[in-house]
Ligand binder design. Structure first.
Ligand SMILES: Cc1cc2nc3c(=O)[nH]c(=O)nc-3n(C[C@H](O)[C@H](O)[C@H](O)COP(=O)(O)OP(=O)(O)OC[C@H]3O[C@@H](n4cnc5c(N)ncnc54)[C@H](O)[C@@H]3O)c2cc1C
Length: 443
C-alpha cells in the first residue's frame, strides 16, 4: 500500500488527569468513577451519545449482572445506580431484589416473579448524560480517537479528530474503553484477535406488533423455513424483546466480520439492513400478527461483540470461569453464560451457564505501557472467556475499577501497577461494588 508523510502542529485542547476513550458501558463506568474519586476527566466518543453498543444497537440488557440460578446481583456499583436512574427499580432497592438474567421471553417464562433488568435505550442515554455530568466528568461527543504518542512507556498524547480537525489531548492517565482496544493497539501493546470472530449484528425495531411466546416461536419457524428454501442466509436466534408492549426489537441479524476493518463494518451495515427488511417482509407475509407492523428503526449502527483483546498482565480463561477461580486482585465479578455467537451457523447456540467468577485487575493492564488501562470487551481474556465477560454489566464494572485506579494513580504520576490493590478494592466496596460471590449464592 502506498503511504504519505504528514507533519502538523496541533493545539492541545485538554490536559486532564484522566482521558477516557469511548463512552460505552466501560467508558461511562471509568469516567464517573475517576471523577468521583477526585480526578479531572475528559471522556470522548465518536458517537453523539454514550452507551456504546448498549445504545448504538437500540437496546440491550444488563447481562452479567446476576447469577441466574438465584437471580441475585454479582456486579453492583454503578450498574445499581443506572437501574435506579432509569426507573427499573426504586432508589435503594437494587441490591435487595432478585432479577431475571434479562428480558428474553424464555427467561421471563421461567421466573415471572423476578425483576427484568432490561432497559430502554432512550432512558439509558438520558441516564448516562445525567450521571456523567453530575459526576463532574466532561463528555466530548463526535470526537474520534485517531492516534497515540508513547514516550518512556507512557501514553503522552492522544490525537483526536472532530470538527476542530486534528487536535491533541495530554492526559496523565488514559483509559481505553473503545471496545476495540484502539488506544492500546496504536500504542504498540500486544493484542489478539480470534480467527473466527463472533458475528456483528444490526438490531431493528418493528412497531405495532404485540410480542407473545407463541409469536416468538412463529417468527423462528418462518426464518427456518425461509433458510431451508434459500430465501435468507445467516441469522441468530431470533431473540425478540419489547420495551413498550406494542413493539418488538429483534436481535436476529448475523453478519460475519471484523469491526476493526472498515470494509467489513460497511458491509455489516448494508447486509444487515437488507436482511432486516427481508425478514420483516417474510413475517408480514406469513403472520397475521404482523398485519399493522411498521419497520420503525434500525441501528444506529451494526454492533461488534468481539474484536481485539489485549494480552494483559493476566488473561482470563474459560477454565477460570468454569472453576470460579478466585483472584486476590478481583475488581469485579462476572456471571454471564459462555455466550459465543457462532460466526457461520444459523439459529440458537449453546450458552453454558457459569458460576459467579472473579475478574482480575491485571486483565485491565496492557503490557508495555504504565499509564494505560483497558476496560470492557477488549480486556485480557481468551476468546472463550470473553464470550462471558464481554457483556454490559461486567464492562461497566471493569470501567468502574479502571476509573477508580486511574484516579488513585494520576495525581502522583504513579503507574497502573503501583496502585494499592487493597485501597482500590476498599474504594470499590465503598461504592457498592460486589467483590465476594457469596451474597449471590443464597436463594
Ligand atoms: C449485537 C450485539 C448485541 C448485544 N446484546 C447484548 C445484550 O443483550 N446484553 C448484554 O449485556 N450485552 C450485549 N452485547 C454486548 C455489549 O453490548 C458490549 O459487549 C458491551 O456493552 C461492551 O461495552 P464496552 O464499553 O466495552 O464497548 P462498546 O459498547 O463497544 O463501547 C465502545 C465505545 O467507544 C466508542 N469508540 C470506539 N472506538 C472509538 C474511537 N476510536 N474514538 C472514539 N470513540 C470510540 C464507541 O462509539 C462506543 O461508544 C451485545 C453486543 C452486540 C454487538
Amino acid at each position: 500500500m502506498p503511504t504519505v508523510q504528514y507533519t502538523k502542529s496541533m493545539p492541545v485542547i485538554a490536559e486532564p488527569d484522566v482521558l477516557v476513550c469511548g463512552t460505552g458501558l466501560a467508558g461511562i463506568g471509568a469516567a464517573v468513577a475517576a471523577a468521583r474519586n477526585g480526578a479531572s476527566v475528559l471522556a470522548v466518543d465518536r458517537m453523539g451519545f454514550a452507551g456504546g453498543f448498549f445504545t448504538n444497537i437500540i437496546g440491550s440488557a444488563f447481562d452479567g449482572f446476576v447469577f441466574e440460578d438465584t437471580g441475585k446481583p454479582v456486579v453492583g456499583g454503578l450498574v445499581f445506580e443506572m437501574l435506579e436512574r432509569m426507573g427499573v427499580v426504586e432508589p435503594g432497592q437494587a441490591p435487595h431484589l432478585s432479577y431475571n438474567v434479562n428480558g428474553d421471553f424464555t427467561e421471563v417464562e421461567k421466573h415471572p416473579e423476578r425483576v427484568i433488568p432490561r432497559t430502554d435505550p432512550e432512558l439509558f442515554k438520558k441516564a448516562a448524560d445525567d450521571i456523567l455530568i453530575e459526576s463532574g466528568a466532561r463528555p466530548l461527543f463526535h470526537t474520534q480517537v485517531s492516534d497515540v504518542i508513547v514516550k518512556n512507556d507512557r501514553v503522552e498524547t492522544v490525537i483526536v479528530s472532530n470538527k476542530d480537525g486534528l487536535v491533541a489531548v495530554k492526559p496523565r492517565a488514559v483509559i481505553d474503553a473503545t471496545g476495540d482496544a484502539d488506544v492500546a493497539a496504536w500504542a504498540g501493546c500486544p493484542y489478539e484477535k480470534a480467527e473466527s470472530l463472533q458475528p456483528m449484528s444490526l438490531h431493528f425495531r418493528i412497531a405495532f406488533v404485540e410480542l407473545t411466546f407463541e409469536l416468538r416461536r412463529k417468527c423462528a419457524s418462518v426464518l427456518e423455513k425461509a433458510r431451508a428454501e434459500g430465501k435468507i442466509g445467516l441469522y441468530g436466534g431470533p431473540w425478540p424483546a419489547t420495551f413498550s408492549g406494542r413493539d418488538i426489537y429483534f436481535n436476529v441479524i448475523r453478519t460475519p466480520g471484523d469491526a476493526t476493518n472498515p470494509n467489513d463494518w460497511t458491509n455489516a451495515e448494508i447486509q444487515g439492513r437488507r436482511d432486516a427488511w427481508t425478514m420483516f417482509e417474510l413475517w408480514k407475509e406469513a403472520l397475521p400478527e404482523f398485519k399493522d407492523a411498521y419497520f420503525f428503526t434500525s441501528g444506529p449502527t451494526s454492533g461488534a461483540r468481539e474484536s481485539r483483546r489485549i494480552v494483559g498482565d493476566y488473561t482470563l480463561t474459560g477454565d477460570d470461569i468454569r472453576q470460579a477461580k478466585r483472584q486476590d486482585d478481583v475488581v469485579v465479578l462476572g456471571a454471564w453464560r459462555i455466550d459465543r455467537h457462532p460466526e457461520r451457523e444459523a439459529g440458537y447456540h449453546d450458552q453454558p451457564v457459569v458460576p459467579p467468577y472473579d475478574i482480575s485487575y491485571r486483565t485491565l493492564l496492557p503490557q508495555g505501557v504504565e499509564n494505560l488501562w483497558v476496560a470492557g470487551r477488549c480486556h485480557s481474556a481468551t476468546s472463550e472467556a470473553l464470550a462471558s465477560s464481554r457483556v454490559t454489566a461486567n464492562s461497566m464494572g471493569m470501567g468502574q475499577a479502571a476509573g477508580t485506579a486511574a484516579a488513585l494513580a494520576a495525581p502522583t504520576g504513579k503507574g497502573s501497577r503501583e496502585v494499592s490493590i487493597t485501597e482500590l478494592q476498599d474504594r470499590l466496596l465503598a461504592a457498592n461494588v460486589i467483590l465476594d460471590p457469596a451474597s449471590a449464592m443464597d436463594r
